[in-house]
Design a protein. Structure first.
Length: 159
């Protein structure tokens, strides 16, 4: 894949990819942007070996998902209150409360369920495509979707 082809593919998938990452990060757009940037760098560095441009979307989503999982594994468990307080400006905070119940419910789902739900309902991927992106079997993806829907239904009905 040439540099120009890579740029064209990135421009075509950028909005959907960022939307997926923001939802996967439960509304933390700064973290989503960091993961997106790291994912694009990883993809660019390995684009010479990428041969199927028709599968670019699944490929970049797979890289983003893996990057997110790796970030979660290395994440600090404790956060200082001052870090959280400084993280949001007043304008950002007000707009983020609009989807607070949804982000809270999504955050309570296990990562595999959350990823499957987001890819299926937000991005319109098929079960087979989600299996490719996450590295799970189609049956596992179906199970994650079913469990994720049931969990969200219960969580959002309480909200």
């Amino acid at each position: 894949m040439t540099r120009e082809q890579f740029i064209t593919h990135v421009e075509g998938t950028q909005k959907a990819f960022r939307r997926f990452l923001v939802a996967l990060c439960c509304g933390d757009s700064s973290l989503a942007d960091d993961i997106a940037q790291e994912s694009y760098i990883k993809a660019y560095l390995s684009c010479d070996s990428f041969r199927n441009p028709n599968k670019f979307n699944a490929w970049i989503f797979r890289i983003g998902y893996t990057t997110f999982i790796n970030h979660k594994r290395s994440e600090k468990i404790f956060t200082d209150y001052s870090e959280v307080n400084d993280r949001f400006s007043q304008d950002e905070t007000d707009s983020q409360f609009r989807y607070q119940d949804l982000h809270t419910a999504l955050n309570s789902l296990p990562v595999k369920e959350r990823t499957s739900v987001l890819l299926y309902y937000m991005e319109g991927y098929s079960i087979k495509e989600i299996a490719e992106i996450t590295g799970a079997s189609s049956d596992a993806v179906k199970q994650h979707l079913s469990r994720g829907r049931n969990h969200l239904r219960g969580l959002l009905s309480k909200a």
